[in-house]
Structures are given as C-alpha cells and as structure tokens.
Design a protein around this ligand. Structure first.
Ligand SMILES: [Zn+2]
Length: 424
C-alpha cells in the first residue's frame, strides 16, 4: 500500500516522517528498533483523559514515553486527534459480497482461496479505518488470515477469532463441552455461542441453561472467553448465570437483565446502526437468502426503534461495562467507525467516552487490557489519528489520517476512510 506516491503526498504536506517506519507492502514487518516520536495536538489516552500537545515515543513496537511536545518529531500530526488503535469486538471477518453482487454462501461457486482472499481484504479495510484489533465471530477462513497477519505476511488488524460458533443443536451438556474442546483444538481464541434466534426471527431463547452452563463453563476451564448472542431477556440472564464473558445485542433485555450483567461484570456489546443500515441500504446483496426477505427487512427496520429504546435503558445502569462492537458483516468492513459516530450523534455519548469504550474497555473485555487500548508507556504502539476533533464533529471518526499498529505505520495523511475502496 505504501508507494512512492504516498510518500510524496506526505512530504507535500510538509509532514516529516522517518521512511523506515513505513510498512513495506508484502514484506515481513518487524517493528523498527530505533526511536520514533509521534506528535499530536490532542491525545485521547483511551482511559478518559485528553491531553494537548503531546509526543508519543515508540520503540520496538511499544510506547516508551508520553510527554509534552518538544524538540524533534518524526511524525508530526499537527492538529489531528490521536487515540489508541480502535477495537471492534464483534465482526464477521469472512462475510463478503461476491463478484455477482451477492452475499457469499457455500455452494455459490467461490472456492476456499477466494473466500480467504476476501477475508484478507476485509481485514485490510478495517485496519485502514483505524481498527488495529478485531474480534471475529467467526469462521474457519479467519485462521489463515489471522496467522498471516501475525507473521507480517499481510496487512491487517490483530485478529482474535472463534473460528465458528455453536448453538442449541450442539445437544447434551456433554456434547456441548466436546464442541467447545474441538474449537479450542482447532485454534480458536474465544468461543461464540448463539443462545437466541436472530432479531429478524423474534430473538427468542434457544439454548437451555444447562447448555449455556456447559458451553461457558467448559470455555472457562480451557482458559477461553465466551461470547453469547442473546436478544431475549431470558437468554441474556441465562448467559449471565452461566458466567459467560460477553453478551452481544441484547435488544430485548429488561432492566433486571442489565442489572445482572452489571453485577456480574458481564461485558455488554450492543450495536448502534451500522449493521442495520448495511442490510437496509443494500437489500439486493442479501434478498432471498435465509430470512433476508421483506418480513426480515421490516423486522430489521423495527429494531432500529428497539435499539434506541435499549440505549435509554442501559445508559442509566451503574457499573455496566458497555464495549464496542459493530457486528460488521459483508459490505460493512472498513466502516467500523460508523457506530462511534452513531453513539455520539444518536445516543448522546461523549466522543471521549465512545473512544474509551472502543479502546481500553474493549481491550479489557478481551483479556488484553494490559497490552493494548491505551496510550501509555509499556502498551503496544497501536495509534490512530482523526482529521478533526470528534468532540466537535463526530464524523471525524470516519476521517482516519494515520494508523500505526505495533509501531508500524499503515496509513498516513492525507486520506479518507473508504475513499478508494468499495464493492463494485
Ligand atoms: Zn454477529
């Protein structure tokens, strides 16, 4: 991605950069061991603090110091707002739109290589949008992409994946536990569990308490976290009782379910609008597949109102850990920042709180709270800069001008998210 053209544009802007920190496409990307000073007018530290005119010093892929600006800077981001690399705890890495403009389905003629290449493309889009870590829930194609990115073969975010999911059909508690062990053996980082139907099908609870106890209990025994798709209040409560780590969606949760999550420390991952808008704005990609029909789209439309009501309910719940996840499916990768915009504009959340949710809190939910999600010494050098201040203009979340992951620069000004990449 980095070309002489990019470097030239960079220099035209009068921004000084050490060429050695720019990622070379296709090459293994070992972080530079020399010191790189990144300067920004405003820094969100990921924990709620905002500081002006700071230098972030990076060495060997990690942040070594954060100090007031002075002297030489290798990367001067000017007035841009610098934040920790963003984290999306809920994406579907492998979903994509085929050359025939349809949601990819098994049996549509695309082979495994095509599917993996599309997943790799999705990964790169999300990194370019400022998301340096993503959690994919998840398919088998995630594994080669995750591993290639970790090796530096491909550009992409750090990937945590469930490699698949389980639901009520896993059977008895013993067979549920066996399925969890199979995912672990296959290399899954986390276990994804469907405890309710999709909201298009009413969201009713599908797994029993005994099944959830087995799934989340076995995951815990194996040292894995568990993420539960749950819409019905009863499904949310069953997941909390089972000690599951994270509840996704929760569109139909009641006050008691929210209080239970807060008391148990269960991470809650509601979405704001990206996933619904993606379906409703591109019905032609999905129509006729499964429950993507007029009835299903109408249900999706209705959930926009339900989700707004949910915000009013969960915002008042003390101690509830609301993390960031978009449920990015086919067509939505690279637009992961849209729910930050939505949370500020529609939900009335402050831009700083939205960033904290999408950085340090999401990192904590993934068990990575001591290595990513903060701009502080010792943390991995995952940095993103917005062209504009999202406190005054939430749309700035979609104008990502700089991305560094593990000390390697993947994006530099001037550029806009998605400007040059879209499905045909
Ligand atoms: Zn999902």
């Amino acid at each position: 991605m980095t070309s002489r053209g990019n470097i030239r544009r960079w220099c035209v802007l009068g921004i000084v950069v050490s060429a050695t920190v720019i990622a070379q496409a296709g090459a293994a990307q070992a972080p530079d061991s020399s010191e790189v000073v990144v300067r920004a007018g405003t820094v969100f530290d990921g924990m709620g603090a905002v500081r002006r005119h700071m230098d972030v010093v990076v060495r060997g892929g990690r942040i070594t110091a954060v100090r007031p600006s002075s002297g030489h800077a290798d990367v001067d981001l000017g007035d841009r707002v610098l934040a920790p690399g963003l984290i999306d705890t809920h994406v579907h890495l492998g979903w994509y739109i085929t050359a025939a403009h349809r949601l990819h389905q098994s049996g549509d003629g695309d082979d495994d290589a095509t599917a993996i290449l599309n997943a790799a493309g999705n990964a790169e889009r999300m990194l370019q949008a400022g998301f340096t870590t993503i959690q994919s829930v998840g398919g088998p194609e995630d594994k080669p992409v995750r591993d290639a990115i970790a090796r530096g073969v491909l550009a992409g975010p750090r990937i945590v994946t469930s490699l698949g999911s389980l639901n009520e059909n896993a059977g008895s508690p013993d067979s549920v536990r066996a399925v969890v062990r199979q995912f672990k053996a296959a290399g899954a980082d986390v276990i994804k569990i469907f405890a309710s139907k999709s909201i298009r099908d009413g969201g009713v609870q599908t797994m029993t308490q005994a099944q959830l106890d087995a799934a989340c209990g076995e995951a815990r025994t194996l040292g894995l976290r568990s993420i539960v798709h749950a819409h019905a209040a009863s499904a949310v409560k069953a997941a909390v009782r089972a000690g599951c780590t994270q509840v996704d969606h929760g569109v139909l949760v009641d006050d008691e379910g929210l209080a239970m999550m807060a008391a148990a420390g269960t991470y809650f991952e509601p979405q704001c609008s990206l996933v619904m808008r993606n379906y409703l704005d591109h019905k032609e990609w999905f129509r006729g597949i499964g429950n993507y029909n007029d009835e299903g789209f109408a249900a999706t439309e209705r959930t926009i109102g339900l989700r707004k009501a949910l915000v009013q309910k969960y915002r008042g719940v003390k101690g509830l850990k609301v993390i960031y996840g978009t449920d990015a499916v086919a067509g939505a990768h690279g637009q992961n920042g849209r729910d930050l915009v939505c949370r500020v504009k529609e939900n009335g959340e402050s831009a700083v709180d939205a960033v904290t949710s999408a950085t340090s809190l999401s990192a904590e939910s993934m068990g990575l709270g001591t290595s990513i999600g903060r701009i502080a010494p010792g943390f991995l050098a995952d940095l993103v800069a917005f062209d504009g201040d999202p406190r005054r203009d939430a749309d700035a979340f979609m104008r990502v001008g700089f991305v560094m992951k593990g000390g390697v620069v993947y994006r530099q000004p001037p550029s806009r998210v998605g400007a040059s990449r879209s499905y045909p």
